[in-house]
Design a protein around this ligand. Structure first.
Ligand SMILES: Nc1nc2c(ncn2[C@@H]2O[C@H](COP(=O)(O)OP(=O)(O)OP(=O)(O)O)[C@@H](O)[C@H]2O)c(=O)[nH]1
Ligand SMILES: [Mg+2]
Length: 328
């Protein structure tokens, strides 16, 4: 494969594979930049690389833990504290921080969002911001690809911090083995999470900032959450913790040990779910690019809005229009 510009870069996927599998920081970073790239040529190469890495997956054993929750909930702080404990035990840790809002920033978004300076001194800890949603496959494809690179690189644990808003809070469900939700005390995060269905997706909840003036709010939030979960018949751990006073961190670690022995079948189902969802999203985006479709959709939407059309009939009409379009 040759590049037609002035800069001709030799592409040797076996060399890249060996680099990633060798676990070198620079090689891993380079591979992550490649899988994030928006260019079509890079995408071809990225998929080649991911495919050869994927062939070796039988030997992988990274535990993948996701951290989700509203902006400012304390995700990064908790990752920093837990990561430090992991690093002190000598385990290799990769931290991926998903930033859907700035797909072009690549690895440079660390700084503000990641308060993980406590991890910077460890040779065997790799921290990186990753862009998502910049090629076919939407939000979590980019994260999945980055995780495959990290798994191939042999990390014992991979922590993934979700973007704090909207879809990105839930999208990581499908790429991790265990999903922890971090909740700020007393701010109504818990109620929001329930309304949005996020509580149904997580494996455990950590209520942050269990220190100083927040302490009473934390214990109230913990019991509210337990009550809410109980009503839904869900019995998942809810623990309070503090980064400031380092309280409750061992409890959180214990909860995360639930990752061991996760269900392989569930993982495969999630992986395939992403494939189908990404294809569905592709078709929907294609449709939205069609002027005729947009016109019909807007017309039906207004009729539903004005009370002149039942939503179920709008489905029938839209599908009928699509079938008819196929016949020209
Ligand atoms: N008192 C106290 N403050 C905390 C604790 N954990 C986090 N904070 C503070 O809460 C704020 C947000 O923490 P982050 O860890 O950046 O939160 P985040 O969820 O990663 O935020 P985004 O990445 O922006 O979504 C910071 O000012 C932290 O210092 C805690 O245990 N106790
Ligand atoms: Mg953060």
């Amino acid at each position: 494969m040759k590049r037609t510009g002035s800069k001709e870069v030799a592409w040797d996927r076996e060399e890249w594979k060996a680099g990633v599998e060798g676990g070198g920081r620079r090689e891993i970073a380079k591979a992550l930049t490649l899988v994030e790239s928006r260019s079509a040529e890079d995408r071809d190469r990225a998929l080649e690389l991911l495919s050869v890495l994927w062939e070796g997956r039988k030997g992988w054993r990274s535990e993948k833990i996701g951290f989700t929750g509203a902006p400012g909930a304390g995700k990064s702080s908790l990752i920093g504290a837990l990561g430090k404990a992991v690093a002190e035990r000598g385990e290799r840790l990769a931290v991926l921080c998903v930033d859907p809002s700035s797909p072009l920033s690549g690895g440079s978004i660390l700084g503000d969002r990641l308060r993980m300076t406590m991890l910077s001194g460890y040779e065997h800890v790799f921290v990186r911001g990753i862009a998502s949603g910049n090629h076919e496959g939407g939000l979590s494809r980019g994260v999945s690809d980055a995780i495959v690179v990290c798994e191939a690189a042999g990390f014992d644990k991979i922590f993934v911090e979700s973007g704090g808003v909207g879809q990105s809070q839930t999208a990581i469900r499908y790429v991790v083995d265990f999903l922890l939700m971090v909740v700020s005390p007393g701010g109504g995060d818990d109620v929001q999470a329930m309304k949005r269905g996020l509580l149904e997706l997580v494996d455990a909840v950590a209520v942050s900032k269990d220190d100083g003036v927040f302490r009473a709010d934390v214990s109230r939030t913990v019991s509210d959450l337990r009550a809410m979960l109980g009503m839904g018949g869900r019995d998942i751990p809810v623990v309070g913790c503090s980064i400031l006073e380092e309280g409750g961190l061992e409890e959180v670690e214990k909860v995360l040990e639930g990752v061991v022995g996760f269900d392989e079948e569930v993982m495969w189902d999630r992986m395939w779910f992403q494939v189908e969802r990404d294809v569905r999203d592709f078709f929907w985006r294609e449709l939205e690019g069609d002027e005729g479709f947009r016109r019909v959709r807007e017309e039906l939407r207004s009729r539903v809005r004005e009370g002149n059309l039942y939503p179920g009939c709008a489905v029938e009409e839209l599908c009928g229009w699509l079938k008819g379009r196929g016949r020209g």
